[in-house]
Design a protein around this ligand. Structure first.
Ligand code: SF4
Length: 392
């Protein structure tokens, strides 16, 4: 069943129309209601934008859709395509106003990623999919980001603008079109450029579109919204989607003082408020909230930090994903040694909280988390990351 979310912003592009909105539009042309669902499915399920290819529509309707350019086409184009040795693909896409974002296609490794739940693996196996055929797409929700987290390349230039729901969904349609015949897009994560919950209306509409059973039909549990911790919008997401959309929190520090020094959002929504909000997130049984924790050498990698993290998460259905910090240009910050990362993980596990270490994927194309920065068309960084004066 598609989600019906109250107060969704009105569609601004044909790509944003839900089946019932297509029906209303086509009713103005005297068409029966079911035509709306047919057009929606051609676009979102099959990725077809040419009315001439919509073979179950009558010829007169195909002709009118084409004449009036009613479908509008994709609001973006690929301007650069990188493929890493591990088959991770990074696409630089450009919108009509010349602004760019990146989106990344990440194939699951042959041995299943530790983050993948057993019931997800079972449904992949039931569909005859090898783990290596399952692809996760990381998408962007804004150009730049207003949150200013000091370890993140995406936020360096500040917010340029929000993306529309059409621009968000178009990244997925375009990404899916890049897959090989043996690959399937199964997971979408809002972990690219931008704070998705700062662009709530467009992201909520995109979530409804991406999970609609007449469209792409992604399972809500396989769509993850990753946020720096905007408490009112997490509550709104919980209410609008009954807690079914997977949630990831960029936590990265366990005291308000430390977290505020690397994530300014913490000054507005401190840890106590954030954790209380996670406790009331109406998660379905057996699901957990992912806690993203970027390990920064000398900043947040002390054994006492691991103990404090365990204490902080008491009562939250959570799993911790440790991300050894990726190097970013002009930054003094870096990851602890491999042993140090494993010791930190073991300490969390000893406290009774599941913890995994995120593998570096696609780092030869700068596609790892926090590295979706702005590039110029020649491949040079358009904006330099600043030096980061973080002290413990
Ligand atoms: S980590 Fe997320 S919220 Fe923080 S600056 Fe980067 S993109 Fe924005």
């Amino acid at each position: 069943m598609p989600h019906s979310v109250p107060d969704l912003p009105a569609p601004t592009h044909p790509l944003e129309r839900l089946p019932e909105e297509w029906s209303a539009r086509l009713a103005e042309w005297g068409e029966p209601r079911f035509r709306g669902e047919q057009v929606f499915s051609w676009i979102h399920q099959r990725g077809v934008f040419d009315p001439a290819e919509m073979t179950n529509l009558p010829k007169r309707l195909r002709a009118r859709l084409a004449e009036e350019d009613e479908l509008g086409g994709l609001p973006l184009e690929i301007v650069r395509h990188h493929r890493a040795t591990d088959r991770t693909r990074k696409l630089l896409v450009r919108f009509g106003d010349g602004l760019d974002v990146e989106t990344v296609l990440i194939p699951q490794l042959k041995k299943a990623d530790p983050d993948v739940q057993e019931d997800d693996l079972e449904s992949d196996r039931a569909d005859g999919l090898r783990p290596s055929a399952v692809v996760t797409q990381c998408i962007s929700s804004q150009v730049g980001c207003a949150m200013g987290c000091v370890f993140c390349a995406s936020g360096v230039a500040g917010l340029k603008r929000h993306l529309s729901a059409a621009e968000i969904v178009a990244q997925v349609l375009l990404g899916r079109a890049q897959l090989g015949e043996d690959e399937r897009l199964r997971n979408v994560v809002f972990m690219g450029m931008g704070e998705p919950l700062h662009n709530y209306g467009a992201v909520a509409r995109a979530l409804v579109l991406l999970t609609h059973d007449k469209g792409l039909g992604l399972s809500t549990r396989r769509v993850t919204v990753s946020t720096s911790g905007l408490v009112p919008e997490i509550d709104r997401l919980a209410a609008d989607f009954d807690g079914k959309v997977a949630l990831a929190i960029s936590l990265h520090a366990v005291t308000d003082e430390r977290r505020s020094s690397i994530m300014p959002v913490n000054r507005k929504y401190p840890l106590g408020e954030l954790v209380a909000c996670l406790k009331r997130y109406p998660l379905p049984k057996r699901r957990r909230i992912t806690i993203e924790y970027t390990l920064i050498r000398g900043v947040n990698d002390d054994p006492a930090d691991a103990d404090a993290l365990v204490a902080l998460l008491r009562g939250v259905p959570a799993k911790v994903n440790l991300i050894p910090m990726n190097p970013i240009h002009d930054s003094d910050l870096g990851a602890p040694s491999g042993d140090g990362v494993e010791r930190f993980r073991d300490r969390i596990q000893a406290g009774g909280v599941t913890a995994t270490i995120r593998r570096q994927r696609g780092d030869d194309v700068d596609a790892a988390c926090g590295q979706l920065a702005l590039y110029g068309p020649d491949g040079e960084r358009a904006e330099r990351t600043r030096r980061l004066p973080v002290s413990k």
